[in-house]
Design a protein around this ligand. Sequence first.
Ligand SMILES: Cc1cc2nc3c(=O)[nH]c(=O)nc-3n(C[C@H](O)[C@H](O)[C@H](O)COP(=O)(O)OP(=O)(O)OC[C@H]3O[C@@H](n4cnc5c(N)ncnc54)[C@H](O)[C@@H]3O)c2cc1C
Length: 493
Amino acid sequence: MKKRIAVIGSGFSGLSTSAYLAKAGNEVSVFEKHDRPGGRARQFSTAQGYVFDMGPSWYWMPDIIESFFADFGHKSSDFFELITLNPQFEIIFSQDKISVPKNLEELKLLFEQIEKGAGLQLEKFMKSAKFKYEVGMQDFVNKPCHNWFEFISPKIAKSALKLDLLTNFRNYVAKYFKNEKLRTLMEFPVIFLGASPKNIPALYSLMNYGGYVLGTHYPNGGFYQLVLAMKKVAENQGAVFHFNKTVESINTQNGKVRSLTINGEIYEFDAVIASSDYHHTETLLNKEYRNYSEAYWQNKTFAPSSLIYYLGIKQSIPNLKHHTLFFENDLDEHIDCIYGVKKWPGKPLFYACCPSKTDNTVAPKGKENLFLLMPLAIGINDEEFVREQYLTEMLARIEKHTGVTGLRSMIEYKRSYCVSDFVSDYNAYGGNAYGLANTLGQTAVLKPKIKSKRLKNLFYTGQLTVPGPGVPPSIISGKIVANEIIKLKHEEL
Ligand SMILES: Cc1cc2nc3c(=O)[nH]c(=O)nc-3n(C[C@H](O)[C@H](O)[C@H](O)COP(=O)(O)OP(=O)(O)OC[C@H]3O[C@@H](n4cnc5c(N)ncnc54)[C@H](O)[C@@H]3O)c2cc1C
């Protein structure tokens, strides 16, 4: 018998879960508060002809994304052209810079030039990272994480030591490389996981493999092409999307979710999957049905929020790559402002994405699409004048690096986006951008659960639950939760 299933939200996890559930023959309705799909990965266009991806820009772990399409008999190339970037990105230090080539052999040579023996060390690092990636993707990442028993297997026991679960990432990298710049370069991928490298298990060196070895890619037309492709896949399976529909409450009866109130009207369902931010979803329930208390969330380590600028620049900016990391200042000082003292950084690091260097559809000819991002503590005051001060700082550093002068006068489109926008747009706790940090204490079984403890037909998915933040994990999260529901009979819901 067909189950009537509601999915709250159409970010990557919502898109993924709706596709799998519809494929299994369920009647799937997706309710999204915005006017388009994608959630944190939405896109917008401006009157001047710029097209901005609002969130993700690093297309890493392409194999995970391909496996989503393969599950539906597709390839990503059925929907968009994937371009492999070379260099993958450039990282700017106070005195010099490193361009990371797409080819590992070239990267090894580069490491060797910077530190004698580092080429071979990189090879060893990546060999171990590949092992972790393979074990992680095959044996860890797809688990629903109800309990630790899921992880008891001879294979996992055999590989436990080699996974470096109990070493921290910083110490792990330091065992391989002495040079500060190489260490920073190797630490950069885990910053995506929302915590200091000191607090991230070395297991996550799998990210270095998923990025530096499998490459940094770009879907022509922008990251949003992936959103559109996944929506198409879900629709082809029969999922129906409803936009400008805000879920206002989750209504219960006899230990089950009975209905949702959406834009003031009540709709009944057999099961509900919330891909909206976890804490917010729980506020849609009466207190006694919530999985976690306010104190629980207050004690969690959230991944950062961000200050973002979307800028339309009316001239070309020479010497700027598609991805540039402005790491001229101390990484730990900035990280401390995010997790320690929780304030605006004195000497910030930031990231610039200039997709118009690769893609002529995202800015008018001869102009640049510039996206600037600075990670920030959640919950801090983000008034426009403070944002502006940081824009001035970021523009000055881009000018210094590129040799361009008068960059501010070249801005013909400007939009800022910060902590309070994450709250109002996504109902994000504290205005977090990337969900919960992947610290050891917030990994796997220790993450917020995908299943309600009190309502048998309510489930959670997305970057705040397993396996964690990022586009590939969110896609996997959608699949995990779909499988949980698919295996239940109608009467078990
Ligand atoms: C600025 C930024 C840059 C990033 N960069 C990268 C990157 O380069 N690479 C990478 O892999 N990852 C990146 N990420 C992380 C990645 O984008 C996220 O992990 C992923 O998109 C999260 O998907 P999700 O489905 O969990 O959540 P979301 O995308 O937030 O989807 C949740 C949806 O629920 C909707 N919703 C909320 N409340 C309600 C309600 N009451 N009723 C109806 N709908 C509701 C929201 O509108 C939203 O559409 C980035 C994130 C941000 C913010």
